[in-house]
Design a protein around this ligand. Structure first.
Ligand code: 0O2
Length: 217
């Protein structure tokens, strides 16, 4: 969020340097901004989905998922990032309080959707991470964008950060499986299982590339 937007939120929160309390009213008020931004973004992406289906008879987007990060997960992430648990740090340092996942069929569509988002006049892209071209060590593959979305309040418009994850159905299958067995579990997964997950991610990458070449033949 920009400086001005922070000031507006500050008025709502009264003291943004205050320690974060997930059970308190200011926290709920802050979440209202994220929820509103997510609704706005979901509507825009749904229009793209429907436009391609209806106007071009093409299923560019298979599925759209949205979520507001659980308060406990917000706290955990702040601890991981070693930042003081204040409202200001939440707004500044946690980019994925509001998240949308766009799942498509083909790998090429990821970059096409990315370009469409870059061109949306009222969406400001502030950061991108291309884990499709450069997968994470875990094997995780996805395209991430941090964007600012306008929330039109009665008095004025403020821009709120949202995270967009774009991935294929195959990448999504891998990520949700890995999320269950490894990423979010406290206990260590064996080295063998980790290695096998990386192998599976590479297989999925080959599979995704093959699908594009089949489509283009
Ligand atoms: P959850 O439960 O999915 O919300 P940043 O602060 O923006 O610079 P950030 O957010 O720390 O960076 O990291 P990154 O790499 O952009 O990852 C953000 C999200 O991507 C994660 O959110 C996961 O959803 C997903 N992700 C990243 N790495 C992996 C991985 O190895 N496996 C799986 N399955 N998902 C991954 P959270 O908050 O960690 O989790």
């Amino acid at each position: 969020m920009r400086e001005n937007d922070l000031m507006i939120i500050e008025n709502f929160l009264e003291n943004k340097e205050e320690a974060l309390d997930i059970k308190d009213e200011p926290f709920e008020k802050l979440m209202f901004f994220y929820k509103s931004a997510l609704k706005e973004l979901e509507t825009q992406i749904n229009i793209v989905k429907d436009e391609f289906k209806i106007m071009y008879n093409y299923d560019l987007i298979d599925r759209i998922d949205t979520r507001i990060k659980e308060p406990k997960s917000i706290i955990k992430k702040m601890e991981k990032k070693k930042c003081k648990k204040t409202y200001l740090n939440l707004i500044d340092k946690i980019n994925d309080v509001a998240g949308i996942r766009i799942v498509c069929t083909l790998k090429d569509d990821i970059f096409f959707i990315r370009d469409l988002i870059r061109e949306m006049s009222d969406i400001h892209v502030i950061k991108e991470k291309d884990y499709v071209t450069n997968p994470k060590k875990s094997g995780y593959t996805s395209y991430h964008m941090i964007v600012e979305v306008p929330v039109r309040l009665t008095q004025r418009t403020i821009y709120v950060k949202c995270e967009i994850q774009i991935r294929t159905l195959a990448m999504d299958f891998w990520a949700s499986f890995e999320h269950k067995v490894k990423y979010k579990t406290e206990q260590e997964v064996s080295k063998k299982a980790s290695k096998e997950l990386v192998t599976c991610a590479k297989m999925i990458n080959k599979f995704d590339t093959k699908m594009v070449s089949i489509k283009n033949t």
